[in-house]
Design a binder for this molecule. Structure first.
Ligand SMILES: *[C@@H]1O[C@H](CO)[C@@H](O)[C@H](O)[C@H]1NC(C)=O
Ligand SMILES: *[C@@H]1O[C@H](CO)[C@@H](O)[C@H](O)[C@H]1NC(C)=O
Ligand SMILES: *[C@@H]1O[C@H](CO)[C@@H](O)[C@H](O)[C@H]1NC(C)=O
Ligand SMILES: *[C@@H]1O[C@H](CO)[C@@H](O)[C@H](O)[C@H]1NC(C)=O
Length: 397
């Protein structure tokens, strides 16, 4: 560079002193600028720098983050207790979609809350009566997120980091150093607004203020076309060891069909003021009993087939009557594979879900999509009307 060009030996001493000072000042300035750059680099270790001129810009335009908090749906209704895996996945999927839409890295909670009623190991070996104890402390019933999901696999679709990672601590300290430019704390702002309004184009969008469940706050409720990730996204992102176990069991099952029988909490009744038991799903208890299942699935599952049953029904042998026509198998038949692996029922259900996804014919409890086969015609979304359960068959089998 020209300014660093040394004076010739012919220069007068005073001029030499002046130029020495000039060089000194330039050097100090250069060091100061370098220091500034390097501190920028150290707070953004993920940014790759090549051309010093674009350094500052690149630090800004590279990764940005979306943070929804360190617990799914909290703040919201579920800080002490939590919802089941399905509800939490709805929220997680919604937040991942938002990150995808905003082209931001999603900061995922490093732990997932396990609802106490789902925290008994082994779906067919439960002994509890299904009463929810909301007093259960959250910390005591949670599991590591990466014991459920393969974060690297998710990152291939939506870049994701955990909130106990080094990168997240770097982001937090960078956002603090950047002060007002570091983070936007938002509530009730649509994802389109977050994307288009430059006011939100900060290192971090902090979505933790809303008192709503994530999926309520996150989804663009006026816009049904905003769904970007299918329901099957998170199930297929299960942790490696869960996918491997499911693969092993599928290989052992060979050619099989599957049914998912939701009973448990769903068939709960409560007495009205006349002492009459009522339920939100009037035909569910009947339709998920073995004699009704046998009748209902006969047209879809030929006799002699291997039938994998996943259920939250607790009574042992409840589905045994199905073995008059089928080779009935549960995940408990593979306890030699599962017991050394499974720490909680979410993991077990995730494996069962992968097995069900691999069935030749799969029958759900409720019909969700147009092409779904189902055990009952009751809608999955409860009508919120408590009705008297129906046990007689209104159709001959
Ligand atoms: C469940 O509760 C009912 C009534 O409260 C009781 O009769 C039954 O023995 C309980 N079952 C188990 C497995 O605890
Ligand atoms: C996010 O915002 C909340 C207030 O809504 C604040 O308490 C929290 O510290 C913020 N978190 C981060 C990481 O900026
Ligand atoms: C609906 O969502 C899509 C995709 O996110 C977006 O392109 C579109 O502008 C939205 N429409 C409205 C009316 O918000
Ligand atoms: C699976 O286990 C049940 C008992 O839990 C047993 O009745 C059934 O025969 C087993 N199925 C197979 C295919 O081994």
């Amino acid at each position: 560079m020209a300014i660093f060009h040394r004076n010739s030996s012919k220069s007068k001493p005073t001029k030499q002193v002046r130029s020495t000072i000039l060089i000194f000042v330039i050097a100090v300035t250069a060091i100061a600028i370098l220091f500034l750059f390097s501190s920028l680099i150290s707070t953004n270790p993920f940014a790759s720098f090549s051309n010093p001129n674009s350094l500052y810009e690149e630090a800004w335009n590279s990764k940005k983050y979306l943070y929804w908090g360190n617990r799914i749906d909290c703040p919201g209704k579920h800080c002490d207790s939590c919802e089941g895996l399905g509800h939490q996945e709805s929220s997680l999927r919604c937040a991942l979609e938002e990150a995808l839409f905003l082209q931001r890295t999603f900061v995922m909670p490093s732990r997932m809350c396990i609802n106490p009623i789902h925290n008994k190991k082994g779906i067919l070996h439960r002994s509890t009566n299904g009463t929810t104890s909301t007093e259960e402390s959250w910390a005591a019933s949670s599991c590591a997120m990466d014991s459920l999901y393969d974060i690297d696999l998710i990152s291939k679709t939506v870049p994701t980091i955990l909130d106990n990672s080094k990168e997240w601590y770097h982001v937090l300290s960078a956002s603090m150093k950047l002060e007002a430019r570091g983070a936007a704390h938002v509530q009730g702002v649509s994802r389109v607004e977050l994307k288009e309004n430059s006011h939100y184009h900060k290192l971090l969008i902090n979505r933790t203020a809303s008192p709503l469940s994530w999926f309520v706050e996150c989804k663009d409720r006026k816009n049904r076309s905003a769904i970007m990730l299918p329901y099957s996204f998170l199930p297929s992102m299960s942790a490696r060891k869960l996918r491997d176990a499911a693969e092993k069991i599928r290989a052992l099952l060979g050619d099989y069909d599957a049914i998912h029988v939701r009973r448990g909490d769903k068939i709960k009744t409560r007495k009205d003021r006349f002492g009459v038991a009522r339920t939100l799903h009037p035909h569910l208890d009947r339709d998920t009993r073995p004699e009704f299942i046998l009748c209902r699935i006969a047209k879809w599952v030929p006799a002699g087939r291997t039938l994998f049953i996943a259920s939250n029904e607790r009574s042992p042998g409840f589905f045994s009557p199905l073995s008059v026509r089928y080779r009935v198998v549960y995940s408990s038949n593979y306890s030699h594979i599962l017991d050394p692996l499974i720490e909680n029922n979410y993991q077990l259900f995730m494996i069962e879900r992968l097995i069900m996804m691999g069935a030749k014919t799969f029958i759900k409890t409720y019909k969700e999509g147009d092409t779904d086969l189902s055990l009952t015609d009751d809608p999955k979304k409860s009508t919120k009307v408590w009705q008297i359960p129906v046990y007689n068959a209104d159709k001959p089998c």
